[in-house]
Write a protein that binds this ligand. Sequence first.
Ligand code: ADP
Ligand code: MG
Length: 279
Amino acid sequence: MGWRDGASPVAAGPAAHGPLLRVDRATLEYKAGQRRIRATHEVSFDVWPQDRFILLGPSGCGKSTLLKAAAGFVAPVSGALLLDGVPVRAPGPDRVVVFQEFDQLPPWKTVKQNVAFPLRTAHRLPRREAEERALHYLDKVGLSAFADAYPHTLSGGMKQRVAIARALAMQPRILLMDEPFAALDALTRRRMQEELLRLWEDSPFTLLFVTHSIEEALIIGNRILLLSPHPGRVRAELNAHQYGLHSPGSSAFQAAAQRIHTLLFGEAGTAEAAARRAA
Ligand code: ADP
Ligand code: MG
């Protein structure tokens, strides 16, 4: 793990001179009657092409709000979010969100229709092309056999696979994922993490991924932004490209997880500190 060093990882294509997504001192708020609730305070980070960039922090620190701002659903009260240097003003098909909830698929559409529909509406693909592309991405997530099934007949893991296929089929500039595996059982969650990394290795995309799991952040991410509790401020930014699926259990991984825990919660909350108190 290294500190923010300004080094840019793989950047290719016409926009290679700058980050794909720049979040620049973004302060995000909600209005609740007369009150204003500050979700994040002057948060800055850059996401480069093919990053697997993680927003990590405790519940309520503004992770989902940052994702909503990147998606164009929430505008900053100060600061800016820039996609390829252009301020994000509204949602668009270049930014697709995968949520935690299993009910993000319209239940009256089959799996194939769920994946094909946004291709027809947002990309204006003819029905045949949309369906072909849908089947291609369903195959990538291992769900070809379920193309004609309805969402209610699928397990939670399968529904999340459909949501991922639907998002990737859109070929967005950046894929936004908000704790997509948090509601799954531990084994399924692990399998989904493996599949997401396999999909990325197969054909790298740019990912902005929200989680409150330190382990998941280290496994999925190449870079991790640590956010303080409410309102979220940047605590640190770390490199995590050296950790992957087979890292948990290794002493280096444990040490990294411990260090992140200390950065997030301070010395008082660490296992070491607890052991010292017990001694
Ligand atoms: P996280 O995803 O990190 O758990 P959120 O981004 O959902 O955090 O929320 C950040 C803060 O904003 C929290 O204090 C939360 O209560 C508040 N908040 C979230 N959504 C709304 C909303 N629609 N209206 C008012 N406050 C909200
Ligand atoms: Mg959230």
